[in-house]
Design a binder for this molecule. Structure first.
Ligand code: PMT
Length: 399
């Protein structure tokens, strides 16, 4: 999702979580969006207008009659908006929006918005669970607006329960999803990510440097595009992408089991995981001790199953199978050979061993090779962008 040239309306109402809207604004601006903030009078009791004005680089609209040079500024903003987000949304503003009341700059502007709207309720738990508030949220949801459930936890009023405004990063992620074209609607995507870990003894293991970033980026991008995503993940320290069904595994055998168990339902299979090709034949149940008279230690290794090759043998003609190739040399030759040997529809080859591409990096430089002999060079860019380009090519090829 590219926020460049996108106009976002950010409505801020009077709740203690208004300060989180500042961070949300910062994230939207960082992504390239043009943001216009509209504040209610009570929102300004919590955070000053100037903060939003400086960060948005736009005047803040708060009073229809005094703030603007144009008497129809709110209509201009509503017409130009690609999306509107109300964060935090109080019970009062939710009630007004649900019933079409237009008595301040925010509620009046929102009546003229035709773009997608996201409401992020934030208030005391009893207030949030109040039947009137829930009824109003139902009305807005039935009208096609998106309601983001509040988080649970300790609230400003010291009660514990639902009502906290979610993390700004999470709201940003959901706004991105709301604006993304749903070209994977109805498709099931099976992704593997991260390393596998093979025990030597209870404290040592054989593994690799995969952080999971590339696979998680693909899983997250596929979910935002409407796909139903299952992510089989080796041990990583990343949070699950929102809306993705994650299955944690450790070893190659476990990954193979889960990938094959979920294979039949999948339309697209993308195998990003860096699987350990070998595992210790005889992992010890207690820690191997250092022996002074033994300078060298040999560990006998056995070959792990090639999961991708197995999937390649089982896949149907309707399934689209993608592998990754991590290469230090002869990128094209090795990648194409792997594609043919494992019966893939596409392989994404990346040179590994540099700091800005492949393992651990936030960016990647990938070359896609297709079964029909065509290829595409993706220059060095953020892994989230690589993920979207890669998915775009899969959709093109599947037709
Ligand atoms: O996780 P990150 O830090 O973001 O790093 C991303 C990445 C470098 C791990 C990723 O971009 C990548 O290249 N993944 C594939 C790594 C790899 O194992 O490459 P390979 O060339 O050894 O294997 C080729 C393909 O066969 C891969 O799709 C792999 O998942 C699969 N394979 C390999 C061995 C095995 N026993 N079973 C398999 O399924």
């Amino acid at each position: 999702m590219d926020f460049q040239n996108k106009h976002i309306l950010l409505g801020v109402t009077g709740g203690i979580a208004a300060y989180k809207a500042v961070e949300l604004l910062r994230l939207l601006k960082k992504a390239g969006a043009n943001v216009n903030v509209i504040m209610t009078a009570s929102a300004q009791k919590f955070v000053g207008k100037t903060t939003f004005e400086v960060l948005s680089e736009n005047p803040v609209l708060s009073d229809l009659f005094f703030d603007t040079e144009s008497s129809v500024k709110h209509i201009d903003l509503a017409t130009r908006a690609d999306a509107a987000i109300i964060a935090p949304a109080t019970a009062n503003t939710i009630a007004k929006l649900a019933h079409g009341i237009a008595d301040d700059a925010l509620s009046t502007t929102l009546l003229a918005v035709t773009a997608p709207v996201m409401i992020c309720p934030s208030m005391n738990t009893d207030m949030y669970q109040n039947i009137r508030v829930q009824r109003n949220l139902d009305i807005l949801e039935k009208d096609g607006w998106q309601i983001l459930d509040p988080d649970s936890g300790i609230l400003a009023c010291k009660t514990v329960g639902a009502g906290r405004l979610p993390d700004p990063g999470f709201i940003f992620d959901r706004v991105e999803a709301m604006l993304t074209k749903k070209d994977l609607n109805g498709r099931k995507i099976l992704v593997s990510a991260g390393p596998t870990v093979e025990a030597i003894d209870p404290v040592r293991f054989v593994s690799n440097h995969s952080s999971g970033k590339m696979g998680y980026a693909i899983a997250g991008a596929a979910e935002k595009r409407g796909g139903q995503v299952t992510l089989v993940s080796g041990p990583v320290s990343l949070e699950s992408p929102v809306g993705v069904d994650r299955i944690d595994v450790v070893t190659c055998e476990e990954m193979a089991l889960q990938m094959l168990a979920n294979l039949d339902q999948a339309d697209i299979i993308i195998k990003v995981a860096a699987v350990a090709d070998y595992k210790p034949i005889d992992p010890k149940t207690s820690k191997i001790k250092k022996k002074d008279n033994n300078k060298d230690l040999s560990i006998l290794m056995a070959q792990n199953p090639d999961i991708l090759k197995r999937i390649g043998k089982k896949k149907t003609k309707d399934q689209f199978l993608v592998g990754f190739a991590a290469e230090t040399n002869d990128l094209e030759k090795n990648a194409v050979m792997k594609m043919q040997k494992k019966n893939l529809d596409m392989i994404a080859a990346n040179i590994v061993g540099s700091t800005d591409s492949g393992f651990k990096a936030d960016t990647n430089k990938v070359k896609l090779f297709f079964r029909d002999g065509s290829f595409v060079d993706i220059p060095l860019m953020d892994k989230n962008k690589v993920a979207n380009i890669l998915i775009g090519h899969i959709i093109d090829k599947m037709g």
